[in-house]
Write a protein that binds this ligand. Structure first.
Ligand SMILES: Cc1ncc(COP(=O)(O)O)c(C=O)c1O
Length: 437
């Protein structure tokens, strides 16, 4: 039986006991703003959780969801089909760069990561290269919370409670180098050579054992680490040299977040073999994720007897009709309002605004690309994250929602943000950063 102090909901990635003492509750949302339970407007500085790229309560998406749930509330996609899943996949494939043409649906970024990793290992196996089973991730990488994602991911706090994880996983070093790159605007100049660590890893394990490398083109959840200039291209070249698949996790970077292009792959001119997305694919309205495979990856599976299931993988809700309808309406909204271009156009203003925080107390780095920024604060001795938590909590009380991770404040507003709202966002943060100890 539930108790009156609301302790039935075991909250994810939350200090549950602290939260219950000082709750932060949201009750409605529209455009750039949430409303809190005490009736205050709260500027959404992080697109919910990096997902509401078109802003909240967009009518086209709401209508599509309402209509679909009344027409086709559910339909299986195992050995059955419904038109919305094919239409949504076509639309997503059309948006994805190069020949990333085959969309495997799931329900979250975590599932997308695990799906991509499974496809990568299976790809080598169906081609007769069964010894290629190792997966290479990167320190500080975040690929959700499935066992594949936390194993290949490199956030120690998300791994340490969960035993031995997947075997056969190794990690590249992360790319944060504050000594050389602090306060860089856009991509850091130094660090492309960090990709060469893949050569060392390949030499150690032998290329014949390695299936795939998975990275976020811009690491988001760990605290906004844009890739050094040339780094991703070098990773691509080394993967090509050794027949290793390259997977980009674009769960955050997808759908215009970096400005100008739908995906980071295009923005950085590097085409992965598999690209994962989620979040912005439905503007955060209905859970959905996808692993998108290039032609050669898909083709490798389409070789056996036609009656055989090529990939024994899938979720009850893969290609759920309501999620597919939400996705199509979301992509329409992005296109009608040119939101990816808009994000690129307003990014320089956003960049100037965040870098104006340089010189404030405790600010030791500012990093940004597109409509994402990370403001790194010096940690209080012995209590990593305490200072950033205080900034985050005060910001909410003062009408601005941001994220924090460790002592990095992360900002990633909906792509519809206006200049005056950018001023409000960073003006509020500036006042608070001055005030916290
Ligand atoms: C890069 C990346 N991959 C995967 C995920 C996991 O997504 P989800 O929380 O939808 O499982 C996230 C979530 O923030 C992410 O940033």
């Amino acid at each position: 039986m539930s108790q009156s102090n609301h302790d039935a909901f075991w909250m994810p990635f939350t200090a549950n006991r602290q939260f219950r003492k000082t709750p932060r509750m949201l009750v409605s949302a529209e455009g750039m703003y949430y409303t809190s339970d005490d009736g205050r407007k709260v500027l959404d500085g992080c697109a919910g959780l990096w997902c509401v790229n078109a802003g909240h309560a967009r009518p086209r998406i709401t209508e599509a969801v309402q209509k679909t749930i009344a027409t086709l509330d559910f339909a299986p996609t195992f050995q059955m089909g419904h038109p919305l899943s094919f239409a949504a996949a076509d639309r997503i494939a059309a948006l994805a760069p190069g020949d990333l043409n085959h969309v495997f649906f799931c329900n979250s970024g975590s599932e997308a990561a695990d799906t991509a990793l499974k496809i990568a290992i299976a790809y080598h196996r169906v081609r007769g290269d069964a010894s290629r089973t190792r997966l290479i991730g990167r320190e500080r990488g975040y690929h959700g919370v499935g066992f594949g994602g936390i194993s290949v991911g490199g956030i120690s706090g998300n791994r340490k409670l969960y035993g031995s994880l997947l075997t056969g996983v190794d990690h590249l070093p992360h790319t944060l180098d504050m000594e050389r790159n602090a306060f860089t605007r856009g991509l850091p100049a130094y660090g492309a050579e960090l990709a060469d660590n893949l050569e060392r890893i390949v030499a150690l394990h032998d290329p014949s054992t390695i299936a795939a490398v998975m990275v976020e083109p811009m690491a988001g959840s760990t605290g906004v680490l844009p890739p050094p200039v040339g780094y991703l291209k070098r990773l691509r070249d080394i993967c090509d040299k050794y027949g290793i698949l390259l997977i980009f996790d674009e769960v955050i970077t997808g759908f215009g977040r970096l400005g100008g292009t739908p995906f980071a792959a295009e923005k950085f001119g590097v085409l992965p073999d598999i690209l994962t997305c989620a979040k912005g694919v439905t503007n955060g309205t209905i859970p959905m994720g996808a692993a998108i495979a290039r032609e050669h990856v898909y083709a490798a599976f389409m070789d056996g007897p036609e009656t055989g299931i090529e990939l024994p993988h899938g979720y009850t809700y893969s290609g759920h009709p309501v999620a597919c309808a939400a996705s199509i309406a979301t992509l329409d909204t992005y296109a009608e309002e040119n939101l990816f271009e808009r994000a690129g156009d307003i990014a320089p203003y956003f960049e100037d605004a965040v870098h104006a925080l340089r010189g404030l107390p405790h600010v030791i780095d500012i990093r940004n690309v597109g409509l994402v920024a990370g403001i790194e604060l010096e940690s209080r001795p012995g209590t990593v994250g305490a200072r950033a938590y205080e900034v985050f909590d005060r910001a909410f009380r003062q009408g601005v929602l941001v994220r924090y991770t460790g002592d990095v404040i992360a900002v990633s507003p909906p792509l519809i943000i206006e200049k005056s709202q950018i001023d409000q966002l960073f003006g509020t943060l500036s006042d608070i950063i001055r005030a916290v100890e």
